[in-house]
Design a protein around this ligand. Structure first.
Ligand SMILES: Nc1ncnc2c1ncn2[C@@H]1O[C@H](COP(=O)(O)OP(=O)(O)OP(=O)(O)O)[C@@H](O)[C@H]1O
Ligand SMILES: [Mg+2]
Length: 235
């Protein structure tokens, strides 16, 4: 049996230390607007899926990440991906709201799985599922790279520390420019670009975890907090 942690429970785990004053509240705790209520009401009739994204980590809180066939709403399918949402999660709307703020949302709605592309344990496909179509970010998960897999334990640790520092810098940058703080920072939510064992850049993904509204804070403060939480949880 799968036990889903609510975002509120997750955020309690993360912020067991002192929660800074600039971390105002979770997006999912805000009042739903009519727009939020309706984000999964449109049928996405033109959406065709290819199959499950092969290098995606298995999600606990969604029903898989899929590639898009052909084109969708004038965009090349290869530049997009689809996140099939867990039917039991009441706050799926908050990921759509955040992606909208970030300018990474392409569409959200209901996908009718007539070709039975969706794979998950439980009742067989063929039904209707809420989905989010979003921009596909460049990069790969560090654990999937040859450089990481072939590295010694010591070098792997150093590579992960580089991911942490670059991810937290990026998260801080996004926080001050958009007003939302990504509070789900670990190596499975970072797509990296490497040169040997040096991490050149990190793209932050997964806005379905806990995301906070941010008050007044500097980039440095936010990055430091992000690193502190990472160290507390993953070191
Ligand atoms: N925007 C994106 N661009 C490229 N790859 C992505 C993107 N979003 C997700 N992925 C891939 O899919 C995997 C799982 O996605 P994601 O992290 O959003 O969901 P999750 O952790 O499974 O679930 P949850 O939303 O419940 O936390 C990622 O580790 C990554 O490999
Ligand atoms: Mg994730």
């Amino acid at each position: 049996m799968l036990f889903l942690k609510s975002r509120r429970q997750l955020s309690t785990v993360r912020s067991r230390g002192a929660k800074p004053a600039w971390l105002l509240h979770l997006i999912s705790e805000e009042l739903l607007t009519d727009e939020d209520i309706n984000v999964f009401s449109t049928q996405l009739t033109d959406l065709k899926l290819v199959g499950k994204l092969t290098d995606a980590a298995i999600g606990n809180n969604n029903r898989g990440i899929y590639s898009v066939a052909g084109t969708f709403e004038g965009r090349r399918g290869e530049d997009l991906l689809v996140k099939a949402m867990d039917l039991r999660a009441a706050d799926n709307w908050s990921e759509v709201r955040v992606l909208k703020i970030l300018g990474e949302l392409v569409a959200s709605g209901v996908f009718r799985d007539t070709e039975r592309r969706l794979k998950w344990k439980g009742p067989k496909g063929g039904g209707s599922v809420p989905v989010i179509v979003m921009e596909k970010k460049p990069g790969v998960l560090i654990e999937k790279t040859e450089a990481y897999r072939k590295a010694s334990k010591k070098v792997q640790k150093e590579m992960v520390a580089q991911v942490r520092d670059l991810m937290c810098a990026e998260v801080a940058d996004i926080a001050v420019t958009t007003g939302v703080y990504h509070d789900d920072n670990h190596k499975d939510n970072a797509l990296v670009e490497l040169n040997g064992t040096k991490v050149l850049s990190v793209e932050v993904i997964d806005w379905g975890g806990s995301v906070y509204v941010v008050g007044r804070a500097s980039k440095g403060e936010i990055a430091r907090y992000c690193i502190e939480v990472w160290n507390r949880l993953y070191n």
